[in-house]
Design a binder for this molecule. Structure first.
Ligand code: BTN
Length: 257
């Protein structure tokens, strides 16, 4: 029986669904607790960035309590959530969603979904994880700050008549896929998820620059390793990237520039 989303808190405006889910987890909310909001006033992105969360998006966070996962495996879970988001968007909209390492989802090169995984630990033991997923379902891109708008996309126009129904179907599909992939991960089946992550990857095969880990790393993204790290073939040899921001320098098969 499905446990993810057995308890869904549907809220109007919140600071951040991740913050709400964290507070619930801290007060003992069970695994599978799910928080969905209409808008966020302080949506949190990776690397301390703001995540703009106007009406029309799917802003959702879930609480997980994976007692058997150690800190290194959280990167796997984060990649797994990205795979679930790609599959949910493909299934519900038919759009060719792709993943951009580590776990963004892009459609036609524009970011339509971001994922923020956070956790609280007691030594090597995880107390809880919060996986936050933001999908620009039918948001008004014109309302985003220009620097965000340049790279952001949405799945539908803001006035699309089916926006509400699509958002609900996406939520259901996402929770279902996240749950089944999570269970696969817990039972040692990450290799199958990794295979799909490679298939959906919009990063592999591209010339990239990785920033946020000291000196920028330039090279070709060649693989995802079994710990969900990105392998970049640089002039000095292969570099294993476990965090940072990846920007693509030139598209596969595109002319340079
Ligand atoms: C990123 O920087 O790409 C990650 C963005 C994650 C945004 C989602 S929206 C739902 C949840 N609540 C938050 O405050 N952040 C995540």
């Amino acid at each position: 029986m499905r446990f993810l989303g057995q308890q869904v808190q549907r809220l109007g405006e919140v600071d951040s669904t991740n913050a709400v889910a964290r507070r619930l987890a801290e007060s003992g909310a069970p695994e599978g607790t799910c928080v969905v909001a209409e808008t966020q006033t302080a949506g949190q992105g990776r690397q301390g960035r703001v995540w703009h969360s106007p009406p029309g998006g799917l802003w959702v966070s879930v609480v997980l309590r994976p007692r058997s996962l150690g800190p290194p495996e959280v990167a796997r879970l984060s990649l797994t959530a990205g795979v679930a988001a790609v599959e949910a968007i493909r299934e519900v909209t038919g759009l060719v969603a792709m993943s951009k390492w580590p776990n963004d989802v892009v459609v036609s090169g524009k970011k339509v979904c971001g994922i923020l995984a956070e956790g609280r630990w007691q030594g090597e033991t995880v107390e809880f994880l919060v996986i936050g997923v933001g999908i620009n379902v039918a948001i008004d891109l014109g309302g985003l700050p220009p620097e965000v708008r340049a790279s952001a996309g949405a799945l539908l126009e803001p006035d699309a008549p089916d926006a509400f129904a699509v958002r609900e179907r996406l939520l259901s599909s996402l929770l279902g896929k996240l749950e089944s992939h999570y269970q696969l991960l817990l039972s040692g089946g990450f290799s199958g998820i990794l295979e799909n992550a490679r298939l959906y990857s919009d990063t592999l095969g591209r010339e990239v620059v990785v920033t946020g880990q000291g000196a920028p790393i330039r090279g070709t993204a060649v693989d995802l390793d079994p710990d969900a790290a990105l392998i970049v073939r640089a002039a000095s040899g292969d570099v294993r990237v476990i965090s940072g921001e990846v920007s693509v320098r030139a598209a596969r098969g595109d002319s340079a520039g």
